[in-house]
Design a protein around this ligand. Structure first.
Ligand SMILES: [Fe+2]
Length: 200
């Protein structure tokens, strides 16, 4: 994932808008040489120009920064392919059905990469979830500390058409109950060891 606008994105969007470098330069009150530099990777637009640049190119700031508009703006969302982001400062959890640029507390967040909790290594074993079906619910628990320095801060239950996120805090029990839906994936995020997933 790219966290800042790239030369290809600027050039492609400018051409799509049928602007010359000079026309785009005039809108932004910069020189056409500046635009040329951005498009050839010899410089990057200052952060203060990102919003006017996005406006001029008719995309959102998130699209400009991620280049996501080029892939497919209208793809059907499959929640099993959702990306998750967690802020290391405040613990905010963000989920997205596509790629994007997300930030919290002034930090650009990378998408979390989930490790399989079925993997044989020690960290996987420590985060292996016990998933029981009780009537129409899943009851998910794991044997894990819930102390301020080391705890499970959220769970996610993702199926094809929905995601449910449950936030946890230290001292709570490490588990959750959720209405049973279709097949999917349960994720658990440990503030110390990262993101783990287990298929159900
Ligand atoms: Fe852990």
């Amino acid at each position: 994932m790219t966290n800042y606008v790239t030369s290809e994105v600027i050039r492609t969007l400018r051409e799509k808008k049928k602007y010359t470098q000079k026309q785009l330069a005039d809108i932004l009150s910069v020189s056409d040489k500046t635009i040329s530099k951005w498009e050839t990777g010899k410089g990057l637009p200052d952060i203060t120009l990102i919003e006017p640049l996005a406006k001029a190119l008719n995309v959102s700031v998130a699209e400009l920064l991620s280049g996501e508009y080029m892939i497919n703006r209208n793809k059907a969302a499959n929640m099993l392919k959702c990306n998750f982001y967690v802020c290391p400062v405040c613990g905010n959890v963000i989920s997205s059905t596509g790629e994007g640029a997300f930030s919290c507390c002034g930090i650009t967040l990378p998408p979390l990469e989930a490790e399989s909790a079925d993997g044989g290594d020690e960290a996987s074993l420590q985060h292996r979830m016990d998933i029981n079906e009780i009537e129409d619910e899943y009851y998910v628990t794991l044997d894990h500390p819930m102390e301020k320095e080391h705890y499970i801060s959220f769970f996610v239950y993702a199926t094809f058409d929905r995601i449910q996120t449950v936030k946890l805090y230290p001292e709570q029990d490490p588990g959750f109950r959720v209405q049973r839906g279709g097949r999917g994936t349960i994720y658990a995020y440990c503030n110390k060891h990262g993101f783990f997933k287990q298929k159900i």
